[in-house]
Design a protein around this ligand. Structure first.
Ligand code: BEZ
Length: 336
């Protein structure tokens, strides 16, 4: 069994056709067919049923596909990390979710450039979830996101918790109340915008996505708590207080959510650093609940920390100190 055979099997299984796999890999159909046959002969297992179109994985083939594709991804990760170790890039590629760009990220980069004037920084707008693959492939060296990730390749530092604020259209009935309670907001359409959801283990009750109207009568008459977990972060926050918003609409990102609030289509909750956005149409109010916060995490690979990351972390802490932000200083476990 060798890597060529395994990659041929994955390519055929991905697209379920020899001709499509041939154009994807640049190998000829006879070559792909030969590599697959050799793999099956070595293993003495039929992996792909060739008598159906599109091609089918056998039961054993589906099991093998599942396990071997994880191993091949790990081989790619290790190869890319080894290449980076032998020739680390001088630039620092930073992945970020949009909400941190509205916050302290620009100030942190400016601080880093003061201490390392020659550093080349590349910023990439990339969701929390995609940052993990981007770190493994070497597309980014560091990621700032709002979700914890459990991944054996990744280490993370919790930088701080940022308070959520309510974004209401100007002229909304609640707009004059400085400190808002979630229960008072529940009668509004809540605009949801998160692309990454909470891991199931940390969540409790039920929800839905896209535009969704909660049947309150049914909900209140149903004494059994739902077993479906709430993984959408804003709904999770409401669910912690036993509240389901009356109606939700899911949009693609934070900017669109604030656009809808500005248009009077609903309300949303955003991290406090967003409170300067669209202030002609939107008012931002504090939430009374102290645990209504959004964390900011820094993610990097466990075994390969870019040489400039300690300087970046020190720039972040300097910005926090200058602004009087509470934080707990941490460092990475393995720094080269
Ligand atoms: C922050 O807002 O705390 C932050 C944002 C981006 C990078 C580092 C810190």
């Amino acid at each position: 069994m060798d890597l060529k055979q395994l990659n041929a099997f994955i390519a055929i299984a991905d697209v379920k056709s020899f001709s499509a796999a041939a154009s994807k890999t640049g190998l000829s159909q006879p070559t792909l067919s030969r590599l697959l046959k050799q793999l099956e002969t070595d293993m003495d297992v039929e992996l792909i049923d060739r008598y159906h179109r599109p091609l089918h994985l056998t039961e054993a083939g589906a099991f093998f596909y599942d396990k071997i594709s994880t191993i091949l991804t790990e081989i790619d990760t290790v190869t890319s990390m080894t290449q980076r170790l032998s020739a680390p890039s001088s630039g620092l590629n930073i992945g970020f979710v949009p909400s941190v760009l509205y916050g302290l990220l620009p100030e942190v980069i400016a601080k880093l450039k003061q201490s390392s004037p020659d550093i080349e920084v590349n910023l990439k707008d990339i969701s929390s979830y995609q940052q993990i693959d981007a770190l493994k492939s070497g597309e980014i060296d560091i990621g700032f996101g709002r979700f914890a990730h459990q991944d054996p390749w990744i280490q993370q530092i919790l930088l701080r918790h940022e308070r959520y604020m309510v974004a209401l259209p100007k002229g909304h009935l609640l707009a004059d109340i400085d400190e808002q309670r979630l229960i008072d907001l529940a009668n509004n359409r809540l605009i949801l915008y998160h692309q990454t959801h909470l891991p199931i283990a940390t969540t409790a009750a039920a929800t839905n996505a896209t535009t969704h109207k909660v049947d309150r009568k049914k909900a209140s008459s149903n004494k059994q708590p739902s077993l479906e977990p709430v993984t959408e972060p804003l709904l999770h926050l409401f669910a912690q207080y036993g509240i389901s918003p009356f109606m939700t609409t899911t949009v693609s990102d934070l900017q669109v959510a604030l656009g809808l609030v500005a248009a009077g289509e609903g309300i949303t909750l955003v991290p406090a650093s967003l409170k300067t956005v669209r202030t002609e149409q939107i008012v931002y109010r504090r939430l009374l609940h102290e645990n209504a916060t959004s964390p900011i995490y820094l993610h990097t690979l466990k075994d390969f920390v870019h040489p400039k990351i300690p300087d970046l972390l020190s720039a972040i802490y300097q910005v926090y100190e200058r602004r009087g932000i509470t934080y707990r200083q941490q460092s990475f476990t393995s720094q080269r």
